[in-house]
Write a protein that binds this ligand. Structure first.
Ligand SMILES: Cc1cc2nc3c(=O)[nH]c(=O)nc-3n(C[C@H](O)[C@H](O)[C@H](O)COP(=O)(O)OP(=O)(O)OC[C@H]3O[C@@H](n4cnc5c(N)ncnc54)[C@H](O)[C@@H]3O)c2cc1C
Ligand code: SF4
Length: 338
């Protein structure tokens, strides 16, 4: 273990001034990812700035009918918050599909957005990894890449973003509120995480000197026709091989507004506007859903061990959309689409 300093931030301004003063300091919230990374020697912060006592743990309604979720709201509290279970059950389902109860009690909303990839080689400091050590190479491309990406990959990196919560937030068009040395700004969820390109060391468009203060959800919660479907190697305590957040606004048997986001397949929650457009105005049939899946996956590429994910993703998209259309989020039930 490397030596590091520890200090507790008293308010957001103090957190920002402490991080500005030390380029290799890190915020710590629940610590469920950062402490592991420090134990594996992947991260070596000179200082941990404890933000866990900042007043950012409220869930509040916004004036336009949406919800503002403080960055320090624990994942468990968010998943079971009455306003979330009632109006944004897609978000509840996604959070509850992740980790374990104990981890969700510690994990914060902000930390969940910034958790790092689970690529095996990223955690193994004896192997080359461009994300951990830029320019060293990517061990996963020709290695054990069962859990790696099939969409939006680059020569430099084929890692996935491991969060479940972020997939639902992407489908729901959330915004990330941040504060930094130049004031406050909001980043659309779609622009928050990055594709690896030739800078895989950067997961997000958050500046290292900024802090996440809140997530904002718009009023539209899709609380009738939704599904979060996560396929993984074990039923619990495992990251997604493929997950799909599907949310539909239905009107007399026609899809009026479709949202489709995938997890476990790319460096960021994956949305495809053309696939959503292909669903809008259509009846909720198997053919409609299969066409949308084809649009999402037309540029998908496997690397050997993970090539099965392309077919798996197609089937998960169709099943998730079927469940959402039927209004049976947990199973396909006995209702059948055409
Ligand atoms: C065994 C295991 C299984 C898991 N399974 C799943 C799973 O199936 N699905 C899933 O989605 N997740 C899973 N997780 C991940 C877990 O959800 C994350 O570790 C957790 O959400 C991170 O939150 P945290 O508050 O503990 O973050 P921390 O570990 O405290 O911080 C993570 C990163 O975020 C930064 N940070 C934290 N808060 C802020 C902020 N407000 N502003 C700026 N920077 C900040 C820190 O500096 C650090 O870089 C699992 C974790 C473990 C250990
Ligand atoms: S996929 Fe990315 S994280 Fe994994 S070894 Fe390659 S560069 Fe590293």
């Amino acid at each position: 273990m490397n030596n590091f300093q520890y200090s507790r931030a008293t308010d957001v301004a103090d957190a920002l001034s402490q991080i500005a003063a030390d380029a290799s300091a890190k915020f710590i919230a629940g610590g469920t990812n950062l402490i592991d990374l420090m134990k594996y020697d992947v991260e070596q912060p000179s200082r941990l700035i404890d933000i866990s006592h900042l007043p950012l743990a409220k869930v509040e309604e916004t004036t336009d009918g949406g919800l503002r979720i403080g960055a320090l709201v624990p994942n468990s509290d968010l998943a079971w918050h009455p306003l979330v279970t009632e109006r944004y059950p897609l978000l509840s389902s996604a959070i509850l599909a992740g980790a374990s109860a104990q981890l969700r009690n510690m994990a914060s909303t902000g930390g969940n957005l910034l958790q790092r990839t689970r690529c095996f080689y990223f955690y193994d400091v004896a192997t080359p990894c461009n994300k951990r050590d830029p320019g060293s190479g990517c061990s996963a491309k020709d290695g054990i890449n069962r859990i790696n990406a099939i969409l939006g990959t680059s020569d430099a990196c084929i890692a996935t973003h491991p969060s479940d919560m972020c997939v639902a937030l992407a489908a729901l068009d959330a915004k990330v509120h941040v504060a930094g040395p130049n004031g406050e700004r909001a980043i659309a969820m779609a622009d928050f995480h990055r594709l690896p390109g030739d800078t895989p060391q950067r997961d997000t468009n958050l500046d290292p000197k900024e802090i996440i203060t809140a997530i904002e959800l718009p009023a539209q919660g899709f609380n009738t026709h939704y599904t979060y479907l996560k396929i993984r190697d074990r039923l619990s305590y495992a990251f997604a091989l493929v997950s799909v957040a599907a949310a539909l606004k239905m009107d007399n048997g026609t899809i009026r507004d479709a949202r489709l986001a995938l997890g476990g397949v790319a460096h960021k929650p994956w949305r495809n506007p053309e696939a959503e457009a292909a669903l809008n105005g259509q009846p909720p049939t198997h053919d409609t859903f299969a066409r949308a899946a084809d649009v999402v996956l037309h540029e998908a590429m496997g690397f050997g061990h993970n090539t099965f994910k392309i077919d798996l993703a197609r089937r998960v998209i169709i099943r998730a959309l079927t469940q959402a259309a039927n209004g049976t989020p947990q199973s396909q039930s006995d209702k059948k689409i055409a």
